[in-house]
Design a protein around this ligand. Sequence first.
Ligand SMILES: C[S@@+](CC[C@H](N)C(=O)[O-])C[C@H]1O[C@@H](n2cnc3c(N)ncnc32)[C@H](O)[C@@H]1O
Length: 397
Amino acid sequence: MPVKQSVYKNTSQKEYDITDEKREEYRRISMESRQAKLAADDGLHEVIHEINTPLLNPNDLMPQLPLNDIKALSLFSGGGGLDLGFDRAGYTHKASYELIPICKETLQENRPHWNVFGGPEYGDVTKIDWSKYKGKIDLIHGGPPCQPFSIAGQQKGIDDERNMWGEFNRAVNTIKPKAFVAENVLGLLNPKFKDFVQKYILDELTDYQIVKFEMHASDYGVPQIRKRVFFVGFKTKKALSKFVIPEPTHSSEHLGSKKVDSTISLFGARKEKTMGVREALGLVNINFDNLAPTIRSAFTGKRNTTSVLNSSAGQKSWGDMELWPNGVQANREKASQFPAKHDHFRMSVQDVGLIQGFPENWKFSGAVYQVLGQIGNSVSPPVAYQVAKNVANALKA
Ligand SMILES: C[S@@+](CC[C@H](N)C(=O)[O-])C[C@H]1O[C@@H](n2cnc3c(N)ncnc32)[C@H](O)[C@@H]1O
C-alpha cells in the first residue's frame, strides 16, 4: 500500500498529497528526460523528426466576424481563451483583469491596444470598484478559478478560498450588463455542488435569466477531449428566448477505435470531421488518430511542470497516437532535436496551443511551464467563439 505524504510548496504553502510511488515515477521521468536532453544538447542524436507543419488552423474554426458593438469586460482572463473567442466573434474589448502578471504580458503582446489590468496591484478582481463601468459594459465574461470544483482538486467548493464566484457576481450585480457568460469545469454539475450552484450563483444573480449547458471542445473542431460548463445570463426574457445553445459543428466519432461516421446530424445538417491530433499537427499517417486527452493545467498542478499529462489513462492515449506528453519544448526546432521515449513525437508549446484551439499567431509569454499553465487553464477559443456568436445574436434588437 503506497504511503501518502504531505508536502508543502514554497510559494503558496498549500498542502498536497503524493504517494511514494508517484514521487518515484516523477523522479524517474525527470531523470530520463534530463539524460535525453543532455544527449540532445551534446548533439549525440540525429534529428529524429522533421519540423512539423500543422494542418489545423484554429482561425478557420472561428472566422473573424464584423464588429457587433457589444462592449465586453473580461474577468479572470488568464492567457486569453475567452478573450480571443469573443474578439473573433466581433465584440469590442473594454478591459481584462487577471492576477498573474505573465498572463497580462500575453494579452498585451497580442492586443497592444487592449486595456489589460494585471498582477496583484491592478488585476486582482477583489480590489476593484466596478461602479466605474456602470453603463459602459454590455457583457461580462469570465471563468472564475475552477480548482474548488475540479475533479483533479479536492472539491471543497465554497470552503476553498480560490472560489471566486462571489467576485464574479459582485461585478455583474454592480455593472448590470445586458448579459454575462461564465465558464467552469464540469465538476460544477456534480450533484454535490447542486446547492452551491443554487445558493451562490443562481440566487445571487436574480436580475438575470440564466441557462446552463455543457460543451465539448471536439464538437467544434478542437482535437481534444475537453468538457466545460457554461452559465449564460440575460437581463431580459426576450434575449433568453432568442438564445440558442451552440449546435455541434463537428463530429469526432470517426476517431480512435469507434470509427463511426456521424457527420450527418439527426436534422440532416452536415457536420465537419474534427481532425485527430496527428492530422492537426501535420504528422505522418500511422493509420491511427484520436482526440488528445484533456490537457492539464500546469498552474494548478502540484508543481511547475512541462508535462500536459492529466492522468495515467491519458498516458496510454498519447502513447497510442505515438505522441510524448512530457517535456514539452519552447519551439518546434528544439522539440525536433530532443528525442522522446520510443521515438514518439515530442511536442512544442505551439503544438499544445493548437490542440487547445489557439491559432499560431496568438503568442504566449513566459517560460514553458507558464505557457502550458495559460493554455491548460483556458477556454478553448473556438468554443468561446460559438457561445459569443449566439449571445450576440440573442442580444440583437
Ligand atoms: C480558469 S482561469 C481563466 C482562463 C481564461 N478564462 C481563459 O479562457 O484563458 C482562471 C484565472 O483566474 C485568475 N484569478 C484567480 N484569482 C484572481 C483574482 N483575485 N483576480 C483576478 N484574476 C484571478 C487566475 O490567475 C487564472 O488565470
